[in-house]
Design a protein around this ligand. Sequence first.
Ligand SMILES: [Zn+2]
Length: 279
Amino acid sequence: MDIGYVLGSLIMMTVLGLSVGNFATSLTYRLPRGLKIANDPPYCDTCHTYLETRDMFPFVSWLINRAKCRFCGAPVPALYAFVELGCAVWFNATWFTLWPHAVDAYLVTLAHGVFVITLLSLHIAEKRLFPIVLILIAGLGAIYRVLFDASVLGFLISAYLALMVGVAGWLLSSAVKRQRQPFPAVAILLAVAGLCVGKDSLPMLVGGSAVLALPIWLISQFQPSLRGSTGVIAVGLTLMTLMLFPSLGRTLSSECAQVECVSGKGCQRLMIANCHGPR
Ligand SMILES: [Zn+2]
């Protein structure tokens, strides 16, 4: 790859990712409070001073102002900076993985990840899932599945199976605690994630989320704001990984398939005949 292309792409994707991440943070603040999403310039939550241009550079302003409002000194949550950084990483990851050989998959995966990051950030801030963001994720996931499976049935089956895993976990936890628990957000997200990754990737989705939950739980011991969101973060991050690298999900699956992307034609799944047979 040409070094100029790599550097140019890196800068462009980082700037775009940070800007979109900035929009995701304003959703995190405004959606739960029923505030207008657009048409209102950014302001400090505490002193309500409208921000100046130098305060509005995503992530960079947060670093320069040392995580504080420059006018009143109120702390600016690290969550906002991490959401902006997360979007920048996601923009780069999807660009270098999928562009330009799989434009369809690139656009869907890019938007999908941004909504997953927004959903996670809202859950960390408010400890609940927001249906509107969840519906956007499910809708994009369905488009992604139709793109890969060329069938509508695929995502219906995988959503159902993933929901059943979540219901089983819910019944188990209710039985262990000897009283009925509220239906957990993590089970709802698992069903939507199952819809997005397809049934072949379900074992990796469930297994990967369980493994990832442990380090996130450890971090949450030092970062109390993450408590109550560890399961949701684990499922969300596993979902993003499997959307970007679909072949990862099939390493645990019994089916032999690989995704092949052809320039101008998009992606398709290819079944490999006799791959379990004697060689
Ligand atoms: Zn302020």
